[in-house]
Design a protein around this ligand. Structure first.
Ligand SMILES: CC(C)(COP(=O)(O)OP(=O)(O)OC[C@H]1O[C@@H](n2cnc3c(N)ncnc32)[C@H](O)[C@@H]1OP(=O)(O)O)[C@@H](O)C(=O)NCCC(=O)NCCS
Length: 157
């Protein structure tokens, strides 16, 4: 019989990424192409989940993403990702995106995204992940919200 996993904290797998936006990241209007941001968001979420599960993960679902403010070429995109939910083999990551003007230091929150990943074993099959553990009241509240989001996703599959 395999040993049950011990739980892991959210902070143990939290990820911070930063990337400068170059002209190659532009859309036809000269701002950053939304697809670049979606790719960075997916990478940041996957990294947090890989750190948590210590396994390869694949993206199974991405909730709708809304871009409220354009990100400019020359801005630094900052991504903070953490695991907010664990099921048996699935994990949800919350990814917060900010844009920083590196000259003035001014930061704008551009969006929050939620993505679900599945951990895979060496044969590429879904495999169990350690449960995530909340350490604060705020983490408990956000984990409860994540559980509700996941039950809505599964109900709407
Ligand atoms: C992810 C994948 C391995 C799941 O395989 P599967 O046979 O459907 O596995 P299961 O039905 O056991 O589901 C695995 C987990 O995903 C969850 N899941 C499945 N579909 C989901 C959805 N639409 N939303 C949220 N979670 C979902 C299940 O609830 C389950 O979670 P649990 O183990 O924590 O209860 C398979 O669908 C796959 O390979 N998809 C392609 C992944 C990929 O290529 N991503 C990149 C896209 S470009």
């Amino acid at each position: 019989m395999t040993e049950p996993f011990s739980s892991k904290t959210i902070r143990a797998s939290r990820i911070h990424l930063a990337q400068l936006m170059h002209p190659e990241h532009a859309n036809l209007l000269g701002n950053v192409h939304g697809g670049w941001i979606m790719k960075l968001v997916d990478e940041a979420g996957a990294l947090a989940c890989m750190r948590h599960a210590q396994r390869r993960v694949v993206t199974v679902a991405i909730d709708s993403m809304v871009f409220r403010n354009p990100i400019k070429i020359g801005d630094l995109v900052l991504l903070n990702a953490e695991v907010t939910y664990t099921g048996r083999t699935s994990l949800e990551a919350e990814v917060q995106v900010q844009a920083e003007n590196p000259i003035t230091g001014e930061r704008t929150h551009t969006n929050t995204a939620y993505l679900v990943y599945v951990a895979l074993d060496d044969a590429g099959k879904p495999t169990p992940v350690p449960p995530v553990k909340a350490e604060t009241e705020d983490e408990k509240r956000r984990m409860e919200a994540a559980r509700e989001r996941q039950s809505h996703r599964l109900a709407n599959k």
